[in-house]
Design a protein around this ligand. Structure first.
Ligand SMILES: NC(=O)c1ccc[n+]([C@@H]2O[C@H](COP(=O)([O-])OP(=O)(O)OC[C@H]3O[C@@H](n4cnc5c(N)ncnc54)[C@H](OP(=O)(O)O)[C@@H]3O)[C@@H](O)[C@H]2O)c1
Length: 219
């Protein structure tokens, strides 16, 4: 059994990944900025007899990442980092404000890089170490009114493919691509008109868990 650190584990896909991996008997380190949501997921996991721990961490803040990784690694042997946290940024480029652009790039690109860099020395000490990056079909093709989000996910794809080469034989690095899911991700935007038609995050999480021996997952 492994110990899995999941970012953005209080909601949406991250929460469903946490529950799916916990059902298989893995120990889950839940991280995110909203501790109350992480605590609720932790209790749900503990109610099915699995182990979970929660840590507040803003992945876009390098000092916070550094301190929280030090705390986590002094208390746990983490085998598997699942970079799931992400922020949207949708609309015509002329209408996007700089704050939204900054948040998407800071979270999706720098957050993923900061946490992976901080945890990597620890992962390299484990047997069967694994990193999964949740990308999106936005990391595979350009889309109207998604320029900044797509740019951020192309960056994560490049980061992932490079680490696959750099860490070959040492850490199993997985790139995961999926289309739209019905999660809180779409709450503050009207970019998607009817999100009820999107896939459920539970269904996507179950497919991810079943295929995490691959280098690339396409859902
Ligand atoms: N929904 C879709 O249609 C879709 C499709 C393809 C890919 N994706 C990707 O799937 C991943 C999960 O998204 P979701 O759909 O499950 O949306 P979500 O429910 O909004 O989840 C995003 C999570 O990221 C966390 N987060 C955001 N900024 C953070 C930060 N600075 N530090 C730490 N955690 C942060 C949020 O928690 P806190 O606010 O508590 O920190 C939240 O739990 C994202 O990478 C997204 O790009 C989504």
């Amino acid at each position: 059994m492994q110990t899995i650190l999941i970012t953005g584990a209080g909601t949406g896909l991250g929460k469903e990944l946490a529950l799916s991996y916990a059902k298989k008997g893995h120990t889950i380190i839940l991280t995110g900025r909203r501790l109350d949501l992480l605590q609720a997921v932790k209790e749900e996991i503990q109610s099915v007899g699995a182990k979970a721990f929660s840590y507040q961490m803003d992945i876009s803040n390098v000092e916070d990442v550094n301190q929280t990784v030090n705390r986590i690694t002094s208390e746990h042997n983490v085998h598997y980092l699942l970079n799931n946290a992400g922020a949207g940024c949708f609309g015509p480029l002329t209408e996007l404000d700089y704050k939204e652009i900054d948040t998407a790039i800071q979270t999706n690109v720098l957050g993923t890089i900061f946490l992976t860099k901080e945890l990597l020395p620890h992962l390299l000490k484990q047997e069967d170490a694994k990193i999964m990056n949740i990308i999106s079909t936005a990391g595979q093709k350009g889309k109207v009114n998604e320029s900044v989000y797509v740019a951020s996910k192309f960056a994560v794809r490049g980061f992932t493919e490079s680490l696959q080469k750099e860490l070959e034989g040492k850490v199993h690095v997985i790139a995961t691509y999926m289309g739209g899911m019905n999660t809180p991700f779409w709450e503050d935007t009207d970019h998607i008109k009817d999100k009820s038609r999107l896939k459920s995050p539970r269904e996507v999480a179950e497919k991810i868990v079943a295929h995490d021996d691959k280098l690339e997952i396409q859902i």
